[in-house]
Ligand binder design. Structure first.
Ligand SMILES: Cc1ncc(COP(=O)(O)O)c(C=O)c1O
Length: 211
C-alpha cells in the first residue's frame, strides 16, 4: 500500500528492545526487507533515561542526509553532550547488560501486578498478558466507566490512563491502561488495593445516581 502511494512507513518503536518473554517478533523494518520506505524510530527514553532526549533511526544509509536535513528544520540538532555520553556508554558495551537487567525486572513487575489484580480485581475484571513493554490493559466487567473512575482513583492516590484516550471514536469506556514498569511490587499491591476501593466507590455512586 505504501509503495503504491509513494508513502513511508514509520515504525515508532520505543519498546521493541524491552521484550522480556515469548518468541522474537520481527520489526516492521525487518518485514520491509530493506525497503527504504520502511524505517524505525527508536529512543533511549524507555531503555535508559527520558531526560537524555536522544533517539535513533534504523534506516538505509542513503536516507541519512535527508533525515538529518529534516531534523535540522525541527530543532537544529539533538543535544551533543548527551550524544557523547551515550557514545561512551554504548562503546563501553554497557547496554546489553543493562537491558538484560531491565527485562528481568519488568517481567517480575508484570507478574506482581497480575498477581495483585488476581487478588483484588479477579471477580470484576480481566487483563492482558503482554510479552514486553510497560503496560497491562484491564477490562472491567461491572459497568464502571473508567473516565468517571479516574477522578475517584486520583483521590485514592492511583493514576491510570482511561480506555477512551486510546480510541479516536471514544470507545473502551470499560477499560484502562495500568503501568507496571516503574513501581516496585509492594507499591503495586497497594495501588491495586486502592484501585479496587475507587472502583467500588464509583460503582456505588453510579448505582445511587441511577436511582
Ligand atoms: C509510542 C512512543 N514513542 C516514543 C516515545 C519516546 O519519545 P521520546 O524519544 O521523545 O522520549 C514514547 C514515550 O512516551 C512513546 O510512548
Amino acid at each position: 500500500l505504501a509503495r503504491r502511494w509513494g508513502s513511508v512507513v514509520i515504525d515508532d518503536d520505543p519498546y521493541g528492545m524491552l521484550r522480556f518473554e515469548g518468541e522474537h517478533l520481527p520489526t516492521l523494518r525487518e518485514l520491509g526487507a530493506g525497503d527504504p520506505l520502511v524505517f524505525s524510530v527508536r529512543t533511549f527514553s524507555k531503555i535508559l533515561a527520558p531526560g537524555l532526549r536522544v533517539g535513533w533511526l534504523d534506516t538505509v544509509p542513503e536516507l541519512r542526509q535527508l533525515l538529518i536535513n529534516a531534523k535540522q528544520t525541527m530543532d537544529t540538532c539533538t543535544n551533543m553532550p548527551a550524544q557523547r555520553l551515550l557514545t561512551g556508554y554504548l562503546t563501553g558495551g554497557h547496554l546489553e547488560k543493562h537491558l538484560a537487567t531491565q527485562r528481568e525486572q519488568y517481567r517480575r513487575r508484570k507478574g506482581a501486578m497480575q498477581e495483585a489484580l488476581g487478588e483484588h480485581l479477579g471477580d470484576i475484571a480481566t487483563w492482558t498478558d503482554p510479552h514486553g513493554g510497560f503496560f497491562l490493559w484491564v477490562t472491567l466487567h461491572n459497568g464502571v466507566d473508567t473516565e468517571q473512575l479516574f477522578e475517584v482513583a486520583l483521590a485514592e492516590g492511583v493514576a491510570f490512563i482511561p480506555g477512551p484516550a486510546f480510541s479516536p471514536a471514544g470507545r473502551f469506556h470499560d477499560a484502562l491502561r495500568l503501568c507496571f514498569a516503574s513501581t516496585a511490587p509492594e507499591r503495586t499491591k497497594e495501588g491495586v488495593t486502592r484501585l479496587r476501593r475507587a472502583i467500588d466507590q464509583t460503582a456505588a455512586a453510579s448505582a445511587g445516581s441511577r436511582g
